[in-house]
Structures are given as structure tokens and as C-alpha cells.
Design a protein around this ligand. Sequence first.
Ligand SMILES: [Zn+2]
Length: 294
Amino acid sequence: MRVHLTANELISKCSTSDYFSQITTRENLYAAVSGMLTFPAMLGIFHHTLWKTLGVASHLKLSPLYGLISVCASGFVSCAVTTSVRDFCMGLPIFMSYSRSDIIICTTLSVIHFAIFSRRLKMVLPSHVLHPGAYARKTVPLDEITSRVTESQKRSVQKLGYKYGCHTCGVKYSRLNKVKRYIVRKWFPLQRKPNSLYYADHSPPVALAPVYLKRNKNAKGSLLPQCQSCSYFQATRVRLLLQNPDKYKNKDSLVTHSLRFKLCKIWLPWPILINSDVLLSYLHTVVEMVLKIF
Ligand SMILES: [Zn+2]
């Protein structure tokens, strides 16, 4: 039978078993929802403010490191929010149940969870429209940058698009969109919609081929699936770069996509999950031992 302790009694006793025995499902639910909302919100804040302002995009060599920083910090804040909301709902001072080892364990689990579901930490960064984007996975190789795209290559790009989405913004069309596009073309031919939902995007862009060939004569290109709006945006940026390079700013070529739903952004409320697990004491012991060493 549950014995209710007052806030003062809990604070004075302050033992882990007393604390966890007092938590109700409702308090855990509020805390879990708060943490789960905080994680994608924090990723979005990093995406739109820090990385966009600094001009950091997913094509850079250090992009996995920047992605790791984003996920780590977002996981850390989500853990802190979860424990704080739980304390607040119990009428306790916030951060009462906060412990250094808790936060380290939960942040590490957040990163592992994200890496398992996305496999690409750079996915949390904006895409640069002149480079392979955050959602670029497989490509269709070209012999030369300026090679004409064959019908079979176009079909391969469509398949990649249906599987992975637009490589720049991540938008994914279903087969239903394909049927709708077919019907529109069949019944409303004046709309002149292209048959394919994804454009075969040259990487690097064909218009910039002379620049790349100047650096490397044997430079080869590849094709990636790209949606219509990203393709048009790319065209305007390339035109500006060629016609008026003084006005071209690299960070204005970034495409943000933080609102795109992905499974990896569903954060698991680790402070609640591991506190109800027998692994907790083992994990705490290991982390405390490591902390003592350093
Ligand atoms: Zn797109």
C-alpha cells in the first residue's frame, strides 16, 4: 500500500527508494510528455539559430560532430526537463531528483537511440542546396559531371526518391502521389506537370561543372532525387553565384527541414524508463566509479 509523504518528509529523507515510491503514473506522464516535446524543439532551435547562423550544413566534413553536439545537448536538456517537471508535479523543488550520473546516462542513451534510428547524426543540420543534402544516402553515378541523364538513370533516381525522399529537404512522396500526378497529366494536360515526382539532381550542379573540372579534370558526378521546390531554389542560387558572386552568401543557400517528422526525433523518456529498470543500480555504480577516477 502506498504511503504518502509530504514534500518536506521526502526532502528530508531524500532516499531514492522513497522518492520513486511516491511517483504516480500521472506525474510520470506529464514528465515524459514534457521531455518528448523538448527534444525535437531543442533540435529545431539548434537547427534554425546556431547552425543556420554559422552557415554549418550537412555536407561539411565535421557534420557528424556538429550533429552529435546537437543531439547531446538536446538529450541533456530533455532529461533535465523530464526530472524537473516530475519534481514540480510532486510539489518538490525542481532538480531535487537530479543527479549527475542520471543525466550522463540519459544523455548517452538519447544519443544511442538517435544514432540507431537515423544512422546519420548530420541529419539534424541544414542542407546546402549546392551539395548533397542531409537526406542523401545512395546516388546514381555519372561518368562525367555534364553527362546526359538516361531514362534508366531517371527511373533509378525515382526509386531512390520513393525510398529516401528529397536529398535536400527530406520530403517523401508516396505511390499515391504518383497516381494523382498521372491523373492530373491525363485529365488536365494544360497544367504541364512533369511525370516524375523527383528531379534527377546533378551533384555538383552542371552549371558549376567548369569550376569543379578546373580543380580536378577527372571529376565525376552523380544524381540524387530532389523535390521541385528545392530544385527551383538551387537554380536561383546557382544563377546568383554565376552572375553576381559578390552578392552570393553561402548561408543563404541553406535549406532548413527541422519540422520534418522522423522516427529518430521521438525521444524516449529515459529518466523514467531507467528508473523503473533493474539496470539502474548497475548503471549508477558504473558511472559513479568512472566519475571517481576522473
Ligand atoms: Zn526538397
